[in-house]
Structure formats: C-alpha cells, structure tokens
Design a protein. Structure first.
Length: 90
C-alpha cells in the first residue's frame, strides 16, 4: 500500500497547487514538451505587481477603494519565521 503524502503541510505550494503541478509533470512525461512549464515564485511576481506608486484596488474592511501604493507591502507569514528571516520578531 502506497503512503499518502500530506499535501497541506505548510511547505511550498498549497495542497491543490501541488496536485496541479503533479498533473503537469505527469502530462509532460506522457506527452512531452507540449506540457512544459516554468515555475515562478509568486513573491517575486508580486514584488513587481505591488511596487511603490502602482495603482491598486484594496479592501479597507468595509469597501473596495482604488489608490496608489505609498510603499511596497511587507510580507505577512502565517507560519513561524525561519531563523534567516530578516523580519523575524524576537
């Protein structure tokens, strides 16, 4: 009996995204380069999307507002910070 991986372990992608990547890997193995993909770290992608001066839509808790970012938002983690995390609170 094969062991079942714990997909929602807080490491890397979320569980459903891990399933999507596994499916892409399977299809690439089965059908070749037609299913090639490049992994992108969403943090790097979002740094460009949320740069200072960018116009964004934001929810203030009551309504959606449109405005310009005065600074890049800081990363808020739901997990414990790693020892090398420069934003770690002691």
């Amino acid at each position: 009996l094969a062991t079942v991986p714990v997909l929602w372990d807080g490491i890397g992608c979320g569980g459903s995204q891990k399933c999507e990547v596994a499916y892409l890997d399977m299809m690439q193995e089965k059908c070749g380069q037609d299913w090639h993909y490049e992994g992108v770290d969403v943090v790097n992608f979002l740094k460009n999307e949320f740069a200072k001066g960018k116009v964004v839509n934001a929810f203030d808790g009551k309504q959606w507002c449109r405005g310009e970012l005065l600074a890049r938002p800081t990363l808020v983690s739901r997990s414990k910070p790693s020892p090398e995390d420069p934003n770690k609170k002691e």
